[in-house]
Design a protein around this ligand. Structure first.
Ligand code: ZN
Length: 138
């Protein structure tokens, strides 16, 4: 079995940002030479998510609104922020949106549904962060 590891780096302009990374993941799969297998993608940080959904700007706006309703950014709401941090909401959003995704590789390509796109969701950005891409297969 072949394995291939790559780290994508991000330093988003905004504190909260949704970045489509389907092409970056596809590129890592190409570089790996794997034709049949799986690619795992996860941020190496506890205030960011990797998820799969539609690349539609209205929906991305809806995600942010929905997350804000579930766990508002107001820093006075959380015990975590008593440590001097202000990112409790970002930890909660990460948990809601998930840690990682795994995509099947068929014939050397990501085997995604017609509307599926891989996203990196940054909830506490404006600093350097990494995403692990691990390709496994033959
Ligand atoms: Zn924190």
């Amino acid at each position: 079995m072949k394995t291939y590891t790559k780290y994508l780096t991000f330093n988003t302009k905004n504190k909260i940002e949704f970045v489509r990374i389907t092409n970056d993941v596809e590129k890592a799969v190409e570089e790996s030479g794997v034709k049949e297998g799986i690619v795992l993608v996860n941020p190496m940080h506890i205030t960011a998510s990797v998820y799969i959904n539609d690349a539609e700007s209205g929906l991305i706006h809806d995600f942010e609104k929905w997350l804000e309703k579930l766990a508002p950014k107001d820093k006075n709401l959380y015990k975590h922020n008593l440590t001097g941090e202000d990112n409790a909401y970002a930890h909660l959003w990460r948990t809601i949106m998930g840690r990682e995704c795994a995509v099947a590789i068929t014939n050397g390509k990501l085997d995604l549904g017609p509307w599926e796109q891989v996203y990196y969701a940054e909830f506490d950005g404006q600093r350097k962060k990494r995403v692990l891409v691990k390709v496994l297969g033959e």
